[in-house]
Design a protein around this ligand. Structure first.
Ligand SMILES: Cc1ncc(COP(=O)(O)O)c(C=O)c1O
Length: 377
């Protein structure tokens, strides 16, 4: 056998033996407690119709962009959309990327130069870690949401320093002490970058705007594949940052631009967001209801989160898999989050709540969970 093929087989076997082998699962009709469709936009018929109408009213639009933004792929519509989104989030400018992964990769890899410093919260998303790795900067991580640990790393920083956090953490659902972190970064002359992927929806403009900190943040990443129910992302910041990324962010430069229908979907999703006060209220109500009803006992922990992401730490891949299996057998789509995606000993089930989950569904979910927890206490 070809040694490369042999290597692949061995690595996959290792995964299987460790109980963390990944495979793609077909879609299912269980009650959704898994997707990032927090406000139901991905399944919204109203949004579907408005996207179709927008595409139809632009008959000259191409099916595919047929080039990168810097070559044939730029259209006025994309630039207008960037301005609209930037206005909505009260930013000077914005630049679209084809995904949140691309946005973080392009932003972090292009900003920090050799001799500069990037400091990451230890729980930031893989796309941020990968972007930082692609730069030639010195890299540090600080203990999750820990100001002392952050300050210790800020004191080590050389060159330009970038601190990267999320406003709602994707795997824990919690929120950082944003104002204190910002004060600290300002004290040390560092630039703060906030990934708002999971905050938009719960906070329509994101947590940064909710706290009125938008003028003081160097850059924000907003993704469209979660509460906005579409796909893509924008980096928000100054006009200079936008121009810089157009010149230096490789994941922006060397890729075909998003097709028109993706841009139309994003534009229409933002229109719907303006009208979604009720969906946001329902989401908040469901978060409260879930937290009131779940009883994790002494052995397990419900992580401290006010967001749509609620996690119960079950401490092993086996237990997390078993809990997810029980819930799935009861018609709930809940998935286990296993190591190595997260640290060993913190394996969990991650429950994503939505505006459209009914009270009955939430109660039945909590009852099933509580039974499982009691049985394994
Ligand atoms: C915090 C965070 N940033 C970025 C991304 C990547 O976004 P996208 O799915 O649009 O590539 C994710 C996706 O899971 C995320 O959770």
């Amino acid at each position: 056998m070809n040694p490369a093929e042999d290597f692949l087989k061995r690595k996959l076997q290792e995964r299987q033996q460790a109980g963390n082998y990944r495979e793609l699962k077909p879609e299912n009709s269980r009650v959704d407690f898994c997707s990032n469709d927090y406000l139901g936009f991905a399944r919204s018929l109203v949004l579907k119709q408005s996207i179709a109408q927008e595409v139809n009213t632009n008959p000259l639009s191409l099916n595919g962009a047929a080039g990168s933004r810097l070559l044939s792929g730029n259209i006025r519509y994309a630039e207008d959309l960037e301005n609209q989104i930037a206005d909505y989030h009260q930013s000077e400018a914005g630049l679209l990327f084809n995904s949140g992964y691309d946005a973080n990769l392009g932003l972090l890899s292009s900003l920090a130069q050799r001799g500069d410093t990037i400091i990451l919260d230890e729980l930031v998303h893989a796309s941020i870690i990968d972007g930082a790795r692609l730069s030639y900067a010195n890299r540090y991580s600080f203990r999750h949401n820990d100001l002392e640990s952050l300050e210790a790393k800020l004191k080590l920083a050389k060159g330009n320093c970038y601190v990267v956090i999320e406003s709602v953490y994707s795997m824990d659902g919690d929120t950082p002490p944003l104002t204190q972190i910002l004060n600290l970064t300002e004290k040390h002359n560092a630039a703060l970058i906030v990934d708002e992927a999971h905050a938009v929806g719960l906070y329509p403009r994101g947590l940064v705007c909710e706290l009125g900190l938008q003028q003081r943040i160097f850059a924000r990443i907003i993704t469209f594949g979660k509460a906005l129910g579409s796909h893509g992302a924008v980096v928000l910041g100054s006009n200079t940052l936008r121009k810089y990324l157009i010149n230096f962010a490789r994941s922006f430069i060397y890729t075909t631009a998003a097709p028109f229908h993706q841009l139309a979907a994003i534009k229409m999703a933002y229109q719907l967001l303006e009208d979604s006060r009720e969906a946001t209220i329902s989401l908040k109500k469901n978060i409260d209801l879930f937290k009131q009803q779940v009883n994790t006992g002494k052995n397990f922990t419900l992580l401290n989160s006010d967001s749509a992401i609620q996690c119960i730490v079950l401490k092993s891949n086996e237990m997390a898999r078993e809990a997810a299996k029980q819930l799935q057998m009861n018609n709930f789509d809940v998935r286990p989050i296993l190591s190595p995606t997260i640290a060993q000993g913190t394996e969990r089930i991650r429950i994503c709540l939505h505006s459209f989950n009914t009270e009955n569904e939430l109660t039945l979910l909590a009852v099933t969970l509580n039974k499982f927890i009691l049985l394994h206490a």
